[in-house]
Design a protein around this ligand. Sequence first.
Ligand SMILES: Cc1cc2nc3c(=O)[nH]c(=O)nc-3n(C[C@H](O)[C@H](O)[C@H](O)COP(=O)(O)OP(=O)(O)OC[C@H]3O[C@@H](n4cnc5c(N)ncnc54)[C@H](O)[C@@H]3O)c2cc1C
Length: 527
Amino acid sequence: MLSDDQQPIPKDIFVIGGGVNGCGIARDAAGRGLNVTLAEQGDLAQATSSASTKLFHGGLRYLEYFEFRLVHEALKEREVLLSAMPHISWPMRFVLPYHREMRFESETPTSKLLSFVMPWMKGRRPAWLIRLGLFMYDHLGKRKFLPGTSTLDLAQDPAGKPLNPKFHKAYEYSDGWVQDARLVVLNARDAETRGAQIMVRTKVVSAAREGDLWHIVTEGPHGRADHYAKALVNAGGPWVDQVLRDTIGIDSTEGIRLVRGSHIVTRKLYDHDKCYFFQGEDGRIIFAIPYEQDFTLIGTTDQDHKGPPSKAECTPEEQDYLCDFASKYFAKPVTRDDIVWTYSGVRPLYDDGASSATAATRDYVLSLNDAGGAPVLNVFGGKITTYRRLSEHALEKLAPFFPGLKDAWTAGVSLPGGAFKPQDTANVTADLARNYPFLGAAWTQRMIRHYGLDAREILGTAKSAADLGGDFGATLSEAEVIWLMDKEWARTAEDVIWRRTKLGLHLSAEQVSTLENFMRQRLSDAA
Ligand SMILES: Cc1cc2nc3c(=O)[nH]c(=O)nc-3n(C[C@H](O)[C@H](O)[C@H](O)COP(=O)(O)OP(=O)(O)OC[C@H]3O[C@@H](n4cnc5c(N)ncnc54)[C@H](O)[C@@H]3O)c2cc1C
């Protein structure tokens, strides 16, 4: 223990974990005038928050589980989020082909109810029920600009073209898309602008109460360090219970269920810009989504995960499952040869004792422990879509410890680079193209979709690609890499090509190695 004159000035809140929830809470708290420090053991969004399906969605399928609170909150939140970050998120239309063999997962409350009142359906989802679900989906949350559900004749509509001709009819509804890892880093940037201290590659190794403060010990690039804070937030995602029990040493009965979800990325399977919502004969659903201009993203699976969260991988069985599932819908079968990349993440779901991984609740639970003095707030579960509301709720729980805390403020406040209206995206893109004609259409689009109005800061006074310094390939310039290192905490090539961007899909091993060498040299020059 340090003596009084050695003790660093305590922070108000110390956040463990740089995923979407940790960074969202840090941003919200900093904006209310609190003094915040956040520590992330690896890179921002290195875990679940870069491995999602990337949807701002209400979760149509959760209606079957009667998760009305979650669906209502998430549906209402979609347009709030789409408006605050029109660069990294955008509306999408989802096409749900109908076929009478589609079945429920047998354990959902809806399937149990239906098997009681309509036993002859034998677990099949009737069309009227899907229509009812979509009606609720359209009306449970307020929609201002997202269009409602419509019915498609797949024989006529372009969305029917890539599908097996046995599908005649589909429903089309709205949800949103977000670049999940960029969402995290933009929250961290905004938190920093509002005074928060963000530390990456810094693991919290212990935290203990000392009087009415927390004494937190971290291990980072500069060795061990002591920190003091009035409140602790444990946003460790899949590590939340490990942090709770081993790092903080609280003996809690609360726990999480680790459910792995894997995705495959294939070469582009179709030409239009809509997504598909496919229902399986096993009661599960998967999405097929246009991805990074040249690809299709297909996922996800739901598997109970054993072993460390960092070891999540899309197994060959999961790859086959996703290919077979999608092949039941597409006219041309999807095979392993089509796969160019896979990724996998672990959902840190609150353990509600559900029988199957698919059925475990997707809602979040915030549990406050102040039994021993200084409070710790543990974050269990959650969705990308609800991170902002979760952050507001977290601050509500902590408010009693910070008398005079300012009110909630994040609804309607844009993230860095996103201070324009969603309907102005085409104009903002055209402006960038006019000012930097050498970029061409695809590069311009990428810059807007990643950085929005900040793209101009990266491009500066450049009149040609050569003015942006070295070229790492696939439109990745030295100027962009320097920005990512200086403003967005990128430290390795992997941070740049899989989280700040997805250019890993386009770069060769040799190009990645050149990038890695450049970054290493720059870091060592700075040191
Ligand atoms: C396959 C899949 C698909 C999904 N799809 C969607 C979707 O489409 N839409 C949606 O809304 N949600 C989706 N989700 C849910 C969403 O991704 C998660 O709820 C969310 O990302 C969880 O964020 P988090 O911040 O709690 O956890 P994480 O992102 O995992 O962050 C926790 C962080 O804490 C850090 N950490 C842990 N211990 C320590 C320590 N001791 N010191 C310092 N740092 C530490 C970790 O390194 C990690 O980065 C999906 C999830 C999965 C797995």
